[in-house]
Design a protein around this ligand. Structure first.
Ligand SMILES: [Zn+2]
Length: 223
Protein backbone atom coordinates (compact mmCIF):
# COMPACT_ATOMS: atom_id res chain seq x y z
CA UNK A 1 0.00 0.00 0.00
CA UNK A 2 1.35 3.38 -0.98
CA UNK A 3 -0.60 6.49 -0.02
CA UNK A 4 -0.31 10.18 -0.85
CA UNK A 5 -2.05 13.48 -0.28
CA UNK A 6 -5.31 12.30 -1.89
CA UNK A 7 -5.96 10.08 1.15
CA UNK A 8 -5.93 13.08 3.49
CA UNK A 9 -7.79 15.72 1.48
CA UNK A 10 -11.06 14.26 2.81
CA UNK A 11 -9.76 15.11 6.30
CA UNK A 12 -9.59 18.75 5.25
CA UNK A 13 -5.84 18.74 4.58
CA UNK A 14 -4.97 20.57 1.35
CA UNK A 15 -2.90 18.80 -1.28
CA UNK A 16 0.48 20.47 -1.72
CA UNK A 17 0.68 20.06 -5.45
CA UNK A 18 -2.77 20.56 -6.90
CA UNK A 19 -3.69 23.85 -8.59
CA UNK A 20 -5.53 24.93 -5.44
CA UNK A 21 -2.84 23.48 -3.16
CA UNK A 22 -0.47 25.22 -0.81
CA UNK A 23 2.36 25.60 -3.31
CA UNK A 24 0.12 27.69 -5.52
CA UNK A 25 0.24 30.34 -2.76
CA UNK A 26 3.70 30.19 -1.19
CA UNK A 27 7.14 29.42 -2.61
CA UNK A 28 8.22 26.02 -1.24
CA UNK A 29 11.88 26.87 -1.66
CA UNK A 30 11.49 29.83 0.70
CA UNK A 31 9.45 28.13 3.43
CA UNK A 32 10.00 24.38 3.04
CA UNK A 33 13.55 23.74 1.84
CA UNK A 34 16.59 22.85 3.94
CA UNK A 35 18.42 25.83 2.43
CA UNK A 36 15.53 28.12 3.43
CA UNK A 37 15.60 26.62 6.95
CA UNK A 38 19.34 27.20 7.37
CA UNK A 39 18.96 30.77 6.11
CA UNK A 40 15.87 31.71 8.09
CA UNK A 41 14.36 29.08 10.46
CA UNK A 42 11.81 31.58 11.73
CA UNK A 43 10.35 31.96 8.23
CA UNK A 44 10.03 28.17 7.89
CA UNK A 45 8.36 27.87 11.31
CA UNK A 46 6.09 30.77 10.42
CA UNK A 47 4.78 28.54 7.64
CA UNK A 48 4.75 25.27 9.63
CA UNK A 49 3.21 26.54 12.85
CA UNK A 50 -0.19 27.04 11.16
CA UNK A 51 0.15 23.82 9.20
CA UNK A 52 1.10 21.77 12.27
CA UNK A 53 -1.92 23.07 14.14
CA UNK A 54 -4.15 22.18 11.19
CA UNK A 55 -2.68 18.66 10.96
CA UNK A 56 -2.90 17.97 14.70
CA UNK A 57 -6.54 19.06 14.61
CA UNK A 58 -7.44 16.86 11.61
CA UNK A 59 -9.21 13.50 12.04
CA UNK A 60 -8.70 10.27 10.09
CA UNK A 61 -11.34 9.80 7.37
CA UNK A 62 -13.07 6.80 5.79
CA UNK A 63 -9.98 5.98 3.70
CA UNK A 64 -7.67 5.80 6.74
CA UNK A 65 -10.20 3.68 8.66
CA UNK A 66 -10.72 1.32 5.70
CA UNK A 67 -6.96 0.79 5.34
CA UNK A 68 -6.59 0.08 9.06
CA UNK A 69 -9.41 -2.47 8.82
CA UNK A 70 -7.80 -4.13 5.77
CA UNK A 71 -4.61 -4.52 7.80
CA UNK A 72 -6.54 -6.06 10.73
CA UNK A 73 -8.05 -8.55 8.28
CA UNK A 74 -4.58 -9.46 7.02
CA UNK A 75 -5.16 -8.06 3.54
CA UNK A 76 -2.69 -5.17 3.82
CA UNK A 77 0.78 -5.91 5.13
CA UNK A 78 2.02 -2.33 5.45
CA UNK A 79 1.39 1.26 4.45
CA UNK A 80 4.11 3.38 2.91
CA UNK A 81 2.96 6.98 3.02
CA UNK A 82 4.13 10.30 1.67
CA UNK A 83 1.85 12.01 4.17
CA UNK A 84 3.27 13.67 7.28
CA UNK A 85 -0.03 13.98 9.14
CA UNK A 86 0.18 10.69 11.18
CA UNK A 87 -3.48 9.98 10.34
CA UNK A 88 -2.80 6.36 9.34
CA UNK A 89 -1.39 5.59 12.78
CA UNK A 90 -4.20 7.50 14.46
CA UNK A 91 -6.74 5.42 12.49
CA UNK A 92 -5.15 2.24 13.88
CA UNK A 93 -2.75 1.12 11.14
CA UNK A 94 0.27 -0.58 12.75
CA UNK A 95 2.85 -1.00 9.98
CA UNK A 96 3.32 2.54 8.68
CA UNK A 97 6.47 3.78 6.93
CA UNK A 98 6.50 7.58 6.76
CA UNK A 99 8.94 8.20 3.92
CA UNK A 100 8.63 11.99 4.10
CA UNK A 101 8.88 12.19 7.88
CA UNK A 102 6.02 13.42 10.04
CA UNK A 103 4.79 16.07 12.44
CA UNK A 104 5.22 13.75 15.44
CA UNK A 105 8.56 15.38 16.29
CA UNK A 106 11.17 18.02 15.44
CA UNK A 107 14.94 17.54 15.32
CA UNK A 108 18.08 19.41 16.28
CA UNK A 109 20.50 19.30 13.36
CA UNK A 110 23.50 19.83 15.66
CA UNK A 111 23.04 17.23 18.44
CA UNK A 112 20.28 15.18 16.70
CA UNK A 113 17.94 15.59 19.70
CA UNK A 114 14.35 14.65 18.86
CA UNK A 115 11.68 16.85 20.43
CA UNK A 116 8.21 15.22 20.58
CA UNK A 117 5.23 17.05 19.06
CA UNK A 118 3.64 18.03 22.39
CA UNK A 119 6.83 19.80 23.48
CA UNK A 120 7.16 21.47 20.07
CA UNK A 121 3.57 22.74 20.29
CA UNK A 122 4.20 24.02 23.82
CA UNK A 123 7.30 25.86 22.61
CA UNK A 124 5.37 27.35 19.69
CA UNK A 125 2.98 28.91 22.21
CA UNK A 126 5.89 30.80 23.73
CA UNK A 127 8.15 31.65 20.79
CA UNK A 128 8.29 31.76 17.00
CA UNK A 129 10.97 29.09 16.59
CA UNK A 130 11.23 26.04 18.89
CA UNK A 131 14.75 25.53 20.23
CA UNK A 132 16.81 22.47 21.15
CA UNK A 133 16.72 22.07 24.96
CA UNK A 134 20.38 21.00 24.89
CA UNK A 135 22.17 23.36 22.50
CA UNK A 136 19.62 26.11 21.89
CA UNK A 137 19.82 25.69 18.11
CA UNK A 138 16.54 26.09 16.19
CA UNK A 139 14.75 22.74 15.83
CA UNK A 140 13.89 21.55 12.34
CA UNK A 141 10.36 20.26 11.62
CA UNK A 142 10.37 16.44 11.50
CA UNK A 143 9.17 16.47 7.93
CA UNK A 144 11.50 15.99 4.97
CA UNK A 145 12.20 19.42 3.49
CA UNK A 146 13.02 20.06 -0.14
CA UNK A 147 16.73 19.47 -0.67
CA UNK A 148 16.91 16.90 2.17
CA UNK A 149 17.48 13.16 1.87
CA UNK A 150 14.67 10.83 2.92
CA UNK A 151 14.95 9.42 6.47
CA UNK A 152 17.63 6.71 6.61
CA UNK A 153 16.06 3.29 6.52
CA UNK A 154 12.60 4.44 5.42
CA UNK A 155 13.06 4.19 1.67
CA UNK A 156 15.02 0.91 2.04
CA UNK A 157 12.18 -0.53 4.13
CA UNK A 158 9.62 0.76 1.62
CA UNK A 159 11.53 -0.84 -1.25
CA UNK A 160 11.75 -4.17 0.63
CA UNK A 161 7.99 -4.08 1.26
CA UNK A 162 7.24 -3.30 -2.40
CA UNK A 163 9.45 -6.18 -3.63
CA UNK A 164 7.78 -8.61 -1.22
CA UNK A 165 4.25 -7.51 -2.12
CA UNK A 166 2.02 -9.44 -4.52
CA UNK A 167 0.29 -6.18 -5.31
CA UNK A 168 1.05 -2.58 -4.40
CA UNK A 169 -2.11 -0.50 -4.17
CA UNK A 170 -1.42 3.19 -4.75
CA UNK A 171 -4.05 5.47 -3.20
CA UNK A 172 -4.26 9.23 -3.58
CA UNK A 173 -0.87 9.87 -5.15
CA UNK A 174 -0.14 11.20 -8.61
CA UNK A 175 3.29 9.51 -8.35
CA UNK A 176 5.26 12.61 -9.22
CA UNK A 177 7.76 12.69 -6.36
CA UNK A 178 10.78 10.40 -6.64
CA UNK A 179 12.08 8.08 -5.31
CA UNK A 180 8.69 7.15 -3.81
CA UNK A 181 7.01 7.30 -7.23
CA UNK A 182 9.22 4.43 -8.39
CA UNK A 183 8.13 2.03 -5.63
CA UNK A 184 5.21 0.45 -7.55
CA UNK A 185 7.67 -0.58 -10.25
CA UNK A 186 9.50 -2.72 -7.65
CA UNK A 187 6.38 -4.84 -7.07
CA UNK A 188 5.07 -7.76 -9.12
CA UNK A 189 2.01 -5.67 -9.96
CA UNK A 190 0.30 -2.49 -8.86
CA UNK A 191 -3.13 -0.87 -8.97
CA UNK A 192 -4.03 2.81 -8.59
CA UNK A 193 -6.92 4.67 -6.95
CA UNK A 194 -6.47 8.37 -7.66
CA UNK A 195 -8.45 11.32 -8.88
CA UNK A 196 -6.81 12.36 -12.12
CA UNK A 197 -3.95 10.80 -14.10
CA UNK A 198 -0.73 9.49 -12.57
CA UNK A 199 2.69 8.95 -14.08
CA UNK A 200 2.23 5.14 -13.97
CA UNK A 201 -1.36 4.66 -15.20
CA UNK A 202 -0.18 2.64 -18.21
CA UNK A 203 1.55 -0.01 -16.10
CA UNK A 204 -1.25 -0.52 -13.57
CA UNK A 205 -3.35 -3.71 -13.57
CA UNK A 206 -6.29 -1.52 -12.52
CA UNK A 207 -6.83 2.24 -12.39
CA UNK A 208 -9.83 3.71 -10.56
CA UNK A 209 -10.34 7.46 -10.98
CA UNK A 210 -12.33 8.21 -7.81
CA UNK A 211 -11.96 9.57 -4.27
CA UNK A 212 -10.08 7.35 -1.80
CA UNK A 213 -12.71 7.24 0.96
CA UNK A 214 -15.66 5.99 -1.05
CA UNK A 215 -13.54 3.58 -3.11
CA UNK A 216 -11.88 1.89 -0.12
CA UNK A 217 -15.16 1.75 1.79
CA UNK A 218 -16.72 -0.01 -1.22
CA UNK A 219 -13.78 -2.44 -1.31
CA UNK A 220 -14.34 -3.31 2.35
CA UNK A 221 -18.07 -3.84 1.80
CA UNK A 222 -17.42 -6.08 -1.21
CA UNK A 223 -15.05 -8.38 0.71
ZN1 LIG B 1 20.72 20.18 19.97
Amino acid sequence: MLTGAGVSTESGIPDFRSASGIWAEVDPFEVASIQGFRRDPERVWGFYRERIHLLHGAQPNAAHHALAELERRGLVSAIVTQNIDTLHSRAGSCEVVEVHGSIRSAQCLRCLWTEPAEAVLAQLEARLTPLCPHCDDPLKPGVVLFGELLPPGAIERATELARAAGLVLVVGSSLEVWPVAGLPLEARSFAIVNRGPTALDDGAVLKIDAPAGETLTAVLEAL
